[in-house]
Every structure is written in structure tokens, then in C-alpha cells.
Ligand binder design. Structure first.
Ligand SMILES: [Zn+2]
Length: 277
């Protein structure tokens, strides 16, 4: 049994503030260790539950945050960018039986600690086939095309609630309770590591890869906080303007859909002006 862990940082233990997740800050240095503790607890729990292999895919910012030297020696880690499937890179080779979303967060415009979807700001909402989408939901649509179930989700309490929509069978661990976008009631790393380890052990038997369903087209809609960003996004082929601050595109499957999403967010982030947004 092989497990892939997609590891994002905003939903890690103790993290509530931008500097906690911004590479290079003293707070980030400290929080890397808390983040690594969450991921390591998941690794240990999956091995407790019968996994033979665990691959961790770094999914936050520069994708160079975890402390390799602190990880359980049975795990392997995919670190750095650029990867065609980004946050769920590694799922496409036909050998992954289940995936865990560790340190995840809610989507742009939703309640949740450091809530956003790919871009820290600028995006005020994303919808996939009419349903408000978080990164968890988008990535769940991608991995479903490879027959891989989401078996564990960790983050704040709102993130676990969100996962109930896209992965109802998954184990969920809330490492903190949402108070505002920049505040949460946090539990200690010792406590959250124990919770994550126990949940991962319970999640391991859920890791059963199925024959992938035929790919379906998906319509993704994005809303920005400024009109010119919608205009900038339409430079990506297939992306149409559907409102003053909204664009949409339909992809033939989610493998294409998530890569188009990355292209749009990359173009849009280059169009954001420092002072006027
Ligand atoms: Zn994220």
C-alpha cells in the first residue's frame, strides 16, 4: 500500500498568521518544525495502519518547507517546484492507493484560518461545476480521475467541515479552531501529533485504489477582487469573461482543469499591482 501525502502549511498546528507561512521569516522557521511534526505524525500513523510506502509531496509556496532531517526514515519526500500536478504531483503514476491532505485550509472567500485558493489574495471565490471550491475540493477532483481516494484531511475545524463535502469517508483532524482569518484556538503539537497519528492509522484501510471513472468535463469559474485581473486571465486560451470580475473555462477533464487553473493564477499574480491591487 502506497500513500501520498499532499502537505500544505496554512492548516498546520499553530499557524494563524501570514509570517508563519512566509519563507524566510523567523516565524516561518519556527512553524516549519510544527508543520513537519504534523506530516511526520501522518507518516507514522499510515505505517501503523499497514502502509508499505509513504511519499510526501510538498505543496506550500516554494514547496521547500518541511525538514527532511526530522522525518521518519521510512518516508520519502518530493520537494521543490515545478510539477505538472502541483499539490497532488505523484498521484498520476498508477501506484498510489490513497492520498492525505495535511495542513490544508478553506477556499477563497470562505471562513477559515488563512483561507485562500492558490493566490494569497486577489481571488474572492472559485466554483467547480457550480460548487464553491477549496484547494481540497479541486485536488479531490484531480485524484478521483486516477481512482485514488482522499483518506485523511487535517487543518482547522472549517477545513475538516469542508472535506465532509468532497471526501465524506475521509478521517478528519482539526488541529485548531477558527476564530478569524488570522486567529485560532490552537492545540499543542504533542496533542495534534497524537490525534493525526491515530486518524492516519484508521485512514490506512480506506486507501483502496479503484478503476478510474472515464474523465468528465469540468467548468471552473473564478472571481477576482479587481476588474483588470479578469481581463488579464483571458489571455489563457479557453478562458472567457463571464462578468465584470469573473472568468470561466471548461476543461475536458480535471487533469487539464487544474493545469489551466495554475496558468490563470500565474498570469493573474503577474498582473497584480503592488499599490492598487
Ligand atoms: Zn494552500
Amino acid at each position: 500500500m502506497k500513500i501520498l501525502i499532499s502537505a500544505d502549511m496554512e492548516g498546520a498546528t499553530g499557524v494563524t498568521w501570514p509570517a508563519d507561512v512566509l519563507p524566510g521569516t523567523p516565524q516561518w522557521e519556527r512553524c516549519r518544525s510544527l508543520f513537519t511534526s504534523d506530516v511526520n505524525a501522518a507518516v507514522q500513523g499510515f505505517f501503523d495502519g499497514g502502509a508499505d510506502e509513504v511519499l510526501i509531496n510538498e505543496a506550500h509556496w516554494t514547496m521547500r518547507n518541511l525538514l527532511l532531517e526530522e522525518l521518519d526514515e521510512r518516508a520519502e519526500m518530493l520537494t521543490g517546484k515545478h510539477k505538472s500536478l502541483s499539490m497532488v504531483e505523484g498521484v498520476q503514476h498508477g501506484d498510489v492507493d490513497g492520498i492525505a491532505f495535511v495542513g490544508y485550509h478553506t477556499g477563497a472567500g470562505a471562513e477559515g484560518v488563512l483561507a485562500h485558493t492558490y493566490l494569497a489574495n486577489s481571488l474572492t471565490g472559485v466554483w467547480a461545476d457550480g460548487v464553491r471550491a477549496s484547494e481540497g475540493l479541486l485536488n479531490a477532483l484531480v485524484v478521483a480521475e486516477f481512482g485514488v481516494p482522499v483518506v485523511l484531511v487535517t487543518g482547522d475545524d472549517r477545513t475538516v467541515e469542508d472535506a465532509g463535502g468532497y471526501a465524506p469517508a475521509a478521517q478528519g483532524v482539526a488541529v485548531k479552531d477558527y476564530v478569524s482569518r488570522y486567529a485560532a484556538v490552537c492545540r499543542t503539537p504533542a496533542r495534534t501529533a497524537a490525534d493525526i497519528r491515530a486518524a492516519a492509522a484508521k485512514a490506512a484501510p480506506l486507501a483502496v485504489r479503484t478503476t478510474p471513472a472515464p474523465p468528465q468535463p469540468h467548468t471552473i469559474e473564478l472571481e477576482f477582487d479587481a476588474e483588470h485581473l479578469a481581463g488579464a486571465a483571458t489571455v489563457v486560451p479557453g478562458v472567457e469573461r463571464v462578468g465584470e470580475r469573473r472568468v470561466a473555462y471548461t476543461s475536458r477533464d480535471m487533469y487539464e482543469g487544474i493545469r489551466c487553473f495554475k496558468a490563470v493564477t500565474t498570469v493573474v499574480s503577474a498582473a497584480v499591482e503592488e499599490q492598487y491591487g
